[in-house]
Ligand binder design. Structure first.
Ligand SMILES: C[S@@+](CC[C@H](N)C(=O)[O-])C[C@H]1O[C@@H](n2cnc3c(N)ncnc32)[C@H](O)[C@@H]1O
Length: 244
């Protein structure tokens, strides 16, 4: 089942007020690591799956990409992306990631930031990416970490005083939909195991070139006390790979 939660007015409003939505990549907690995994964009044709406000498309264009296509299911997200974009190299297409069908060898680079945990089958999307990406092309993505998505609600367990006890990990091997809570709203996500992500790539003919479970940047750890909790479990998984 596909859900278009980002077109829900209340959720969209809350998402738009996040630091990363207002201030872009530099305000995204994982960007200091993801940036290092980005390929050389010079003269590349780039596809961004689940592009949201288009930050990564614009980053690719600013770094020399020949073209960038951002795909997203949400009209509201794309309307904001278009407002923020002046480059003619960038095009936004409103469609579910599950339905992309680009011709063979259309892209030199495929990226996706925090969208695949909304997609049921990683295997299906891999075969579509494999088709439209050239041999030797780069595929870099981030997802919510399987430890983060496993249990479902995505919250700590607390004691009676409200102190965080631990992050629950449960139903790890049950790959299915989860009714998660994000920004105080229910949202459908799909939990997948680490094996599904990494072996999926290997079986689909990708060479894994990097894996990062990002920790907050040093300056955040030193200045925002709550950030120390982010050292207790990984929230995201970043993977870079190359089609063989
Ligand atoms: C957490 S946001 C990330 C946006 C952007 N990639 C970024 O990192 O700033 C997730 C995005 O995935 C999109 N999305 C969720 N499910 C989708 C689907 N099935 N097909 C296409 N886009 C989807 C949402 O509309 C939203 O824009």
């Amino acid at each position: 089942m596909k859900q278009n939660k980002y077109d829900d007015s209340i959720f969209f409003e809350k998402y738009s007020n996040m630091e990363r939505s207002k201030n872009g990549l530099e305000a995204a907690g994982e960007w200091h690591e993801l940036k290092k995994m980005m390929p050389n964009f010079l003269n590349k044709r780039v596809l961004d799956l689940g592009c949201g406000f288009g930050w990564h498309c614009r980053y690719a264009a600013e770094n020399g990409a020949k073209s960038a296509i951002g795909v997203d299911i949400s009209q509201k997200m794309l309307s904001e992306a278009r407002k923020k974009t002046s480059s003619e190299k960038i095009q936004y297409i409103c469609m579910p990631i599950e339905e992309i069908d680009f011709p063979t060898d259309s892209f030199d680079v495929v990226i996706s930031s925090l969208a695949f945990h909304y997609i049921q089958s990683f295997e299906d999307i891999l075969s579509k990416i494999s088709k439209c990406l050239i041999n030797g092309g780069d595929f870099v993505f981030s997802v919510e970490h399987p430890i983060f998505t496993a249990q479902g609600p995505q919250d700590w367990h607390y004691d009676k005083q409200g102190n965080k006890l631990h992050w629950p990990v449960d139903r790890y091997y049950i790959e299915s939909a989860r009714n998660a809570v994000f920004l105080g709203e229910e949202i459908l996500k799909y939990h997948k195991t680490l094996t599904t992500y990494l072996n999926g790539l290997i079986k689909s003919g990708f060479e894994i070139t990097g894996i990062v479970e990002p920790k907050p940047a040093e300056d955040l750890l030193n200045t925002v006390p709550e950030m120390l909790d982010e050292l207790r479990r990984p929230m995201m998984l970043l993977v870079s790979s190359r089609k063989k």
